[in-house]
Design a binder for this molecule. Structure first.
Ligand SMILES: [Zn+2]
Length: 332
């Protein structure tokens, strides 16, 4: 199988290649990964490989056969997209009923039909149960590709009947050439910083660079970290309230930056060198004021907050929780 357009993820590519080349790809796949990690790119590649007419599995998708050309143009009659919105419960049971009905029709041109269900975590509970019935016993010609943030947002019954493929961030050295080509106006330093900040999720980096406010998260993270040390809660609450409600990617950026800061503080606490955060003074200040146990607790807390935020928690509730949990971590 060929992976044109999907950067990084070497292990996953190897695993998929051996399945596709040997014709052993399961009929229902579940692609998980953060927004911007290439879920749609991979789903589209797999759908294209499934309809491609090239005789050699290793050369699929070839990009030049009539099926590949139609797939690229988004007009292949045997590749259908469903869902799409990230909004909770926006993927309704009616859409699942529609796709179930459609799924029993034979392919139009290719050997199989491929249904891509985007943002499957947005499926309602009824929707998931309805989907289960066709995933359990699908018609022979039908393939499913679900994409989601995390497979754990889906019912266990769906997880156990799909084959999970996990997309990770790509390495800096793989991401940078891609970014340099697309963002020639950005400085090398900015590209490196934003790559580290957003965990090398290319889609998210591209979004962040497009409006350049990612720098705000670099500015906000150290002051938020220092506010944890303040004697009263109001200082931290005010800082947490600066987290923008309309920009979850930026909130994730701040949380990631906090994680680096706490890790650096721990490193400093143990008298070791090697800092990852661009705010080493803040890391040193945290190290001087807090115990190693408290710093470890902060690290765990920020990881829990990242998970909470990925689950689309109400923003006001998130701010309150973040403030309370960060203070509790340092015994305040
Ligand atoms: Zn082809």
């Amino acid at each position: 199988m060929r992976f044109d357009g999907l950067i990084g993820n070497a292990e996953l590519k190897e695993q998929l290649s051996s399945l596709v080349d040997n014709g052993r790809l399961p009929h229902a796949l579940l692609i998980e990964g953060p927004s911007g990690s290439g879920r749609k790119t991979l789903a589209t590649l797999l759908a294209k490989a499934a309809v491609c007419r090239h005789s050699d599995g290793a050369a699929r998708p070839c990009g030049v056969c009539p099926d590949c050309i139609k797939a690229d143009a988004g007009t292949h009659p045997d590749i259908s997209f469903y869902g799409g919105s990230d909004r909770a419960r926006s993927f309704s049971i009616n859409t699942v009923r529609e796709l179930r009905e459609e799924g029993y029709r034979l392919p139009n041109e290719a050997a199989c039909r491929v249904f891509i269900l985007e943002n499957a975590q947005a499926l309602t509970l009824e929707g998931q149960n309805a989907l289960l019935r066709i995933i359990e016993e699908p018609p022979k010609h039908l393939r499913f590709i679900l994409t989601c943030r995390s497979r754990f947002e889906l019912l266990e019954t769906i997880r156990s009947r799909t084959f999970a493929l996990t997309l990770g961030g790509v390495g800096e050295e793989e991401a940078l050439p891609w970014l340099r080509e697309r963002f020639p106006g950005q400085t090398e330093e900015d590209l490196r910083t934003v790559t580290r900040l957003y965990g090398a999720c290319l889609g998210t980096i591209a979004e962040a660079l497009a409006d350049s406010h990612w720098k705000d998260s670099l500015a906000l993270a150290p002051s938020l970290a220092e506010a944890i040390l303040a004697p009263t809660e109001s200082v931290l609450l005010a800082k947490c309230a600066e987290l923008p409600s309309r920009d979850p990617a930026l909130v994730q950026g701040v949380l990631r930056e906090l994680r680096l800061l706490f890790r650096d503080a721990l490193t400093a606490k143990y008298g070791q060198s090697g800092r990852m955060s661009p705010s080493p003074q803040t890391a040193d200040k945290l190290a001087a004021s807090l115990t190693a146990a408290a710093l470890l607790q902060l690290l765990e807390t920020v990881e829990a907050l990242e998970t909470m935020q990925r689950r689309n928690i109400n923003h006001a509730l998130f701010i309150t929780e973040a403030c309370a949990k960060l203070r509790a971590a340092v015994g305040r």
